[in-house]
Ligand binder design. Structure first.
Ligand code: ADP
Ligand code: F6P
Length: 324
């Protein structure tokens, strides 16, 4: 059933991700193309609660498709987790005449969108996170850029690791999700991949493996360690002590979240942004845009939030098989 939406609001929330700007641009231009007003909400839910709301025109999103970060800025906001905060946010959206809200972010941001939807605001989520950890979609905006950034950085560390015949513990982002680590592990030909989903790894086994590999003439030993395991600096010290192989830790950190989005991120963001507006115009609410089996889909937020993305076992097995 079509809904008579007049004004769409858009915000970015949680950790930023390359491609968020392309998504904002698509939301704004699709909505304007349909004759709707668009209000940009700065600094995520924090900005919403502080009424940081600006009118957006087509020109406001010129020259941003190629830029990393988010021009609307982003934030984490504890007040939005409270019922009082959620009611206040819904009241502000109503006050500004925003009858459809697009939330670009990860599952935390979707939880906020779900609460607003329960309070009568039409909401659509767009998956924007470098972690690729939202189960209802095969793709999340930002992953491709981040994984390529990390891969290139790890190639560089590998060069110096080989020259010095060292072991390198390289920490990539992913507090709860190991996708970046897993993909880099395969793409960079790492000897070990440590994932937050597999906390019970055996450090002694890694140490034994390093010693074995040394004997077999390997010139370096790359360990990709996800942030969720962490402790990379101490891990490097323990490995050096136990193996006698010089070991260095490199924490890639927030550089993985920045930079100009890849073609894939720009295209996914553009299509998902446009689709979010179309869904609102069709009268849909409490949905997340996703990509599944070659198609752009939409998914119920309640169901999406109840799903947990697992590490693909086959991919993980191949990563291990190739690391001999
Ligand atoms: P991401 O969206 O990347 O997963 P966070 O988990 O930090 O990032 O969530 C972003 C923001 O979404 C939080 O700072 C908070 O304002 C809001 N949020 C998270 N969880 C909830 C919740 N259960 N209810 C309402 N709002 C939430
Ligand atoms: O954007 C997702 C993510 O990069 C996680 O992998 C990481 O744990 C988290 O954000 C760290 O975010 P921040 O340091 O900005 O709080």
């Amino acid at each position: 059933m079509a809904n008579h939406i007049k004004t769409i609001g858009v915000l970015t929330s949680g950790g930023d991700a390359p491609g968020m700007n392309a998504a904002i641009r698509a939301v704004v231009r699709t909505a304007l193309g349909k004759g709707l007003n668009v209000q940009g909400i700065r600094r995520g839910y924090h900005g919403l609660l502080n009424e940081e709301i600006i009118n957006m025109t087509a020109r406001d999103v010129s020259d941003i498709i190629q830029r990393g970060g988010t021009v609307l800025q982003t934030a984490r906001c504890s007040e939005m987790r409270t019922e009082e905060g959620q009611r206040k946010a819904a009241g502000i959206l109503k006050k500004y005449g925003i009858d459809g809200l697009v939330v670009i972010g990860g599952d935390g941001s979707f939880a906020g969108a779900q609460k607003l939807s329960n309070l009568g605001i039409n909401t659509i989520g767009i998956p924007g996170t470098i972690d690729l950890d939202i189960d209802c979609t095969e793709y999340t905006i930002g992953f491709d850029t981040a994984v390529n950034t990390a891969m290139e950085a790890i190639d560089k560390v590998r060069d110096t690791s080989t020259s010095h015949e060292r072991c390198s513990v390289i920490e990539v982002m992913g507090r709860d999700a190991g996708y970046l680590a897993l993909w880099c592990g395969i793409a960079n030909g790492a000897e070990q991949i440590l994932l937050p989903e597999e906390h019970d790894y055996d450090e002694q086994k890694i140490i034994d493996n390093i010693v074995e590999n040394r004997k077999r003439g390997k010139k370096h030993y790359i360990i990709i360690n996800a942030e969720g395991i962490g402790d990379s600096i101490n891990m490097a010290k323990r490995i050096e002590e136990a193996t006698g192989m010089e070991t260095r830790a490199t924490i890639l950190g927030h550089m993985q979240r920045g930079g100009s989005p890849t073609c894939k991120d720009r295209v996914f963001a553009s299509i998902m942004g446009a689709k979010a507006v179309e869904l609102l115009c069709e009268g849909k609410t409490n949905r997340v845009v996703g990509f599944s089996h070659g198609e752009y889909i939409d998914f119920d937020i309640d169901e999406a939030l109840n799903m947990k993305k697992e590490i693909p076992e086959y991919q993980y097995k191949i990563a291990k098989d190739l690391s001999i």
